[in-house]
Ligand binder design. Structure first.
Ligand code: SAM
Length: 229
């Protein structure tokens, strides 16, 4: 229901402005104050980011292109893309996350990048590439298709999207509480049926061009690149 939606969002925003910020800012850095689970998540997430950067550098044409990164976190993807010459517009529902991304970018002397606070649904504009990495875990299944549709509406060329896939194996792990040892304590975590994501992409006029799967012990992420037909 829409009530659940609001509660989820408020909870997610509060979490990523407080303890979630501290936790994820550490994971998404080189800090050595992480435990083994956090280190495993850092490794898995780093692999997803690297796969995206490899796709984009294989294409060799990101310089001067606009990229909209929704749920940018501390800028783990947006910052290297800015360094490759992309014009970045990145946002996050959490002020703390968006501010940290902005601070990191400034520290690296990045100029062509804008970081701001926004809920994904409120992002507007048209961009060559729209990215949304590891954000869908915070979306209930019934809001998934609409969310993917909104991302597609912002993109003139392609969408790069990742999510935790709902397979029997991951569902079982989640049930036994072995996954999401951190976030699940404060926010709900949602796995998603791949077909729901694919159908939403198709409906929006996009076709999957490249795909990847990344899995470590505590991190798993299905990655799709879809091109506008
Ligand atoms: N995409 C980043 C990356 O891969 O490094 C961050 C991933 S982190 C696991 C999830 C991020 O999604 C958090 O920074 C959180 O604040 C953000 N987020 C969650 N729900 C959101 C929403 N509805 N709109 C925008 N951002 C959201």
């Amino acid at each position: 229901s829409s009530c659940l939606h609001v509660d989820d969002k408020t909870e997610v925003r509060e979490y990523f402005n407080t303890e979630g910020f501290n936790r994820w800012n550490k994971i998404y850095s080189e800090s050595d104050e992480v435990n083994t689970v956090q280190l495993d998540i850092r490794t898995g997430h780093g692999q997803t980011i690297q796969k995206i950067l490899n796709w984009i550098s294989d294409d060799g044409n990101i310089s001067g292109k606009s990229v909209c990164d929704c749920g940018c976190g501390v800028g783990s993807l947006a910052i290297p893309l800015a360094q490759m010459g992309a014009k970045i517009s990145a946002s996050d529902i959490s002020d703390s996350m968006a501010d940290e991304a902005s601070r990191r970018a400034e520290e690296l002397g990045i100029k062509d990048a804008k970081f701001y606070t926004s809920d994904l649904e409120s992002v507007t504009g048209t961009y060559d590439t729209v990215t949304c990495v590891d954000v869908a875990i915070h979306y209930p299944s019934d809001q998934m298709a609409e969310m993917v549709g909104h991302l597609c509406s912002l993109s003139s060329d392609r969408v790069i999207f990742s999510f935790a896939p709902k397979t029997w194996y991951y569902s079982a792990l989640k049930k036994f509480g072995e996954l999401f040892p951190g976030p699940s304590k404060t926010t709900r975590a949602y796995l998603h049926e791949e077909q729901v994501v694919r159908d939403a992409l198709t409906k929006a006029g996009f076709q999957v061009a490249r795909e990847e799967m990344t899995g470590t012990n505590f991190y798993f992420s299905r990655l799709l690149e879809a091109k506008r037909i």
